[in-house]
Write a protein that binds this ligand. Sequence first.
Ligand SMILES: [Zn+2]
Length: 147
Amino acid sequence: MTTRRVRIPHYAIVKAPGLLCMLYTVSELSTLLRVPDRTLRDWLSMGAPHTRDARGHLWINGIEFATWIKSQRKPQRTRKLERNQAYCLRCNQVVEMIDPKVFRIKGKLVHVRGKCPVCGCTINRGDRLAESVSGITSANDQHLRAA
Ligand SMILES: [Zn+2]
């Protein structure tokens, strides 16, 4: 998927949800969002919803535009940890756990427990199994049987 994202200034992101379900002209919208006309026209050419009337005037629906702005924002991405990595609260950093053990909780949810290689404290974290799991499952099952 190659969706081209536009970098939206913070002010416009904050203001866009306040737009009304009405048609705005480019200059009205540029004033409201404090975005230069030119930038706004760029966004329109990049896919921001708008209509062009018979005279060639551009009209932008506030709600549709706000929705588009929202869609341009990068999804919040939390750093994906490797199976054997976890965040040690004491060391305040991501570490590679020593002897990580995976416990299955429910469905794909698992619980990983290991030791911090730096401070030696026990680290717990939740995780989610990928579609295809091998290796981990057997170790986990042994654990469950032992428990
Ligand atoms: Zn630590």
